[in-house]
Design a protein around this ligand. Sequence first.
Ligand SMILES: [Mg+2]
Length: 490
Amino acid sequence: MSEPNLFNPSDYLILAVDDTILNLKVLQGLLSPAGYRITFATSGKQVLGRVQRAKPDLILLDWMMPEMSGMEVCQQLKKTSETSHIPVIILTASHELEHLVKAFECGAVDHMTKPFRQAELLARVRIHLELNQLRKQAQVQAAWEGILRKIVQDIHASINLQDILDTTVQAIQRFLNADQVMVYRWCDPSGCELMAIAGNEAESSTCLHRMGCPYLQCNPYPMSMVELQQVSVAEPSTVLTEDKTGQTQEEIRISIYQDGLLWGGLVVQHSQLAPAFIQNVKEMLNLVAQQLAISIQHAGLHHRMREVNKELHRLSNTDGLTQVANRRCFDHRLAQEWQRSQREQQSLSLILCDIDYFKQFNDTYGHPSGDTCLVAVAQTLQQCLKRPADFLARYGGEEFVVLLPNTDLEGAIEVTQQMQQAIADLAITHIAHTHSTQVTLSFGITSVIPEFLTDTQDALNQADQALYEAKKAGRDRYAIAPQAARSTYL
Ligand SMILES: [Mg+2]
């Protein structure tokens, strides 16, 4: 609950209206000593102009005036939304019931009979100012509740933290007509990162520079997290600053916590907020900060879930041992590239390759060494692929497959030769090899321009057949599928 606002007469401006100057002097003599600020008008016409400019909190209005009567003035004031909320007390010398009824009918909140008694005048003025204040506070409360509902809706509607922060600062800035509203994130240990801002953007860099980290400002020496939290316990804090023009601004700062740790803060800079509303505003901002904390947590959880999903996706497409793509991922990629090549009538090359005498390698050196060999071969083949679209996968056992989009047969042969050289440079000893002392690979190459009546399996069969031919011809070599589309160059 908010503390009761202390009633301070100097917070209020009263417009006193009477065509008799002496009466105005009497009113001044009664109200000024009590601390009220007073402005005057001597005719109905003057009232309408002054009300627009001075925005008084209460009007004391003479009933009997030449040209425009108090009743007419009151009716005019009640017609306009900008002035209809200002309480009007009618001042009259008449005791006639008919006059009193008319005064209430035209929108006055009260009446007083001349001559005034000071105690009565002050009591009536104060009670109507307080009633009006309560009415305004109820309106503010209702509007804030609307904003809170909207923020909560946004939290549920969006999982994008930036959207939520932007919407929130804009809503607060609009509602309070604040100079600037910011959400910053505390960055250990140097200061704050500005996350969202509404209001005068041009001011933001100066403002942030000046603000630094509000908590560090309290103590220029580096503080530990625990100390920082202790500093920010007395929330919300209010700091007086000056804007560029030297006008005094108040800054309301509210901390946002995550898991009991300081995450950052909500800062509202204003120069026009009525003092009577500040406590209310602080309470509401506290609620907004709590909602923001929830949304920050939601967004954080969602972000982590996305990361986990990404990792799961990666794992499901990666061969656990060699860390290159697996067969499942290759099948998907081949189908995609096949369709694209078919549409664009571009060459697509496939290379199937296999480690020669791998069974003997495992028998000689053991399976752990076999695994090490597979990893080394996979990584070496991967490094031979230079273009982003080129793709290597473990096809099964000691077999690998290479997919080269937009690559004709000559290109595929070139890549194969580079792979052969890279494997030779790797120089993994293999004493069980029949005609070499180190690990070699056999390659089957095909290159096709996909037709509508062919499918991926045809191309894979061609590469597989070519690999078989390479093995049959003595291994450690490549063979080209007879159906492979040769350019006229070869
Ligand atoms: Mg008069």
